[in-house]
Design a protein around this ligand. Structure first.
Ligand code: 4AD
Ligand code: MG
Length: 456
């Protein structure tokens, strides 16, 4: 007999009769002749109630079972007499895989996120993290659906790379050499014959494919050795990066808005059970925040105007606000959360605080950049129109001190039918934080990697 997922039984899309379920005990209580066992198999938030009675041949063993124990139950699915559930399983046969000891750390009481991080190998068994990681899985697929339906091609960009896309020097080195006491300096001895790192972004490779296939996207892991131990930065995170040929900055923003609104709508509709856990118990404002995203167009504001808004806000910020300085998370959140009360694109940043590949504006001072700031998170998306003019690109690369040899192919791509093109990167973990109201990035990643932490 084939195992039935509890999700399928509880959704009652068909009439179940004789079923076989397999899972873990969430709670168990006993009367003299009955045991009520709440079983969860990870397929959905809800448990199913199993009623076991003394007619079972291993009933005495069942009576000693504990939270966390694993079992299979074969029985009849019947209308429940008790409150709280529509159906329950009248057990005909129970097989015990393993009885969990009383030291099982996930007892019925609510545990703190901090504590659950210390048992990351077990936390997906909790309601909150089970819901989180089901959402993570489904939203991943929604991302693919969005782009695939629109005819974008998915490109697997390399994870090991010889170039620093963002130019921020936050690379993790990849090497198979044992470093000598004086350190590694001669990379000709190294595996690839030159210095290599884990990628910080798939963009440069994606651009090559956009200039061939038109519309493409990458969705994969990226790595940054940022030493900022914040609740919004991880050393290993996933990024979605669409790249579109024949696309300017405005069209780029149109796509980013449509994409984010699609994801939020789909999420609220298709993850409704797991979503309700977060809107009821994690962030009471969650629905309001999500509605502010789907209910209209996002604001668009130049960096120069944003600096004025911040200066005139009457707020005292921890970090200074002045034309030429980067916006800090407190500034970003003020703009999205308090000033606009919805997502806002900030465009045309000073060239000095953005990477080499962004298109230089006519004022020679700013570039065609766009960051999307959202309530609760701050920066969710970073993108730009790319510099497609070979002479200006080369000038900018020299200005910013890039090693031209490493990027010869990137420059070369501007020589043979170069076209205006644009793209952006959306941080997948920050999206999940936005969708769930969870405030620490460590709690949306199965096994988070942050400075000093790589347990599990
Ligand atoms: O703004 P970023 O650095 O942009 C790029 O990497 C571009 N190459 C993307 C592109 O145009 N194709 O990063 C994009 C997004 C940020 O807005 C943020 O959401 C997320 O990636 N991000 C991080 N998320 C978690 N931890 C970190 N350390 C992150 N750094 C960036
Ligand atoms: Mg950025």
């Amino acid at each position: 007999m084939i195992r039935t997922r509890i999700r399928d039984i509880l959704s009652q899309t068909q009439n179940w009769d004789d079923v076989l379920i397999k899972g873990w005990i969430r709670t168990i209580r006993h009367s003299k002749t009955f045991s009520f066992i709440e079983v969860n198999d990870g397929s959905c938030l809800k448990n199913i109630q199993v009623v076991a009675d003394e007619s079972l041949n291993n009933y005495s063993e069942i009576q000693s079972l504990t939270t966390g124990s694993s079992l299979s139950v074969r029985g009849n699915c019947v209308k429940s007499q008790g409150k709280g559930q529509d159906v329950e399983i009248q057990a005909g046969q129970i097989h015990i895989y393993q009885k969990a000891p009383e030291t099982y750390p996930l007892q019925k009481k609510r545990h703190s996120d901090e504590f659950l991080r210390t048992i990351a190998h077990l936390r997906p068994r909790s309601n909150k993290f089970g819901a989180m990681f089901r959402i993570r899985s489904r939203v991943s697929m929604m991302i693919h659906s969005y782009f695939q339906d629109k005819g974008f091609n998915y490109v697997h960009t390399p994870i090991i790379t010889g170039s620093d896309c963002e130019g921020a020097g936050e690379m993790f080195r990849v090497s198979n050499l044992n470093s000598s006491p004086s350190g590694i300096s001669d990379f000709s001895q190294d595996f690839f014959g030159k210095e290599t790192s884990l990628t910080v972004s798939g963009q440069l490779s994606a651009e090559m494919f956009a200039l061939s296939l038109g519309d493409v996207y990458t969705f994969g892991p990226t790595f940054r050795a940022e030493n900022s131990n914040t609740s919004r930065h991880a050393a290993e995170f996933w990024m979605v990066e669409p790249e579109m040929a024949f696309c300017d900055l405005n069209e780029n923003m149109d796509v980013a808005q449509d994409f984010l609104q699609y994801l939020v709508r789909q999420y609220m509709e298709r993850c409704s059970e797991d979503y309700s856990l977060f809107s009821n118990f994690v962030d009471k404002d969650l629905e309001m925040t999500l509605m502010s995203i789907v209910s209209g167009d996002f604001a668009r504001l130049s960096y120069t105007d944003a600096v004025e808004v911040l200066k005139n806000s009457g707020r005292s910020f921890q970090y200074p606000v002045s034309w030429g300085l980067d916006l800090q998370s407190e500034h970003e959140r003020f703009l999205a959360e308090e000033y606009f009360k919805k997502p806002v694109f900030i465009i045309h940043y000073p060239k000095t605080i953005k990477p080499f590949y962004m298109r230089l504006s006519d004022d020679q001072k700013t570039v065609a950049a766009m960051d999307l700031l959202v309530p609760k998170i701050g920066e969710l998306i970073g993108g730009s129109q790319r510099e497609e003019r070979p002479d200006i690109l080369e000038m900018r690369m020299r200005e910013m001190g890039l090693n031209m040899e490493d990027y010869w192919w990137y420059l070369d791509s501007r020589k043979f039918g170069s076209v205006p093109h644009s793209g952006f990167g959306l941080g997948f973990e920050r999206l999940l934080m936005l969708l769930t109201g969870v405030s620490n990035i460590r709690d949306v990643i199965p096994f988070p990697r942050t400075p000093g932490h790589i347990e599990f």
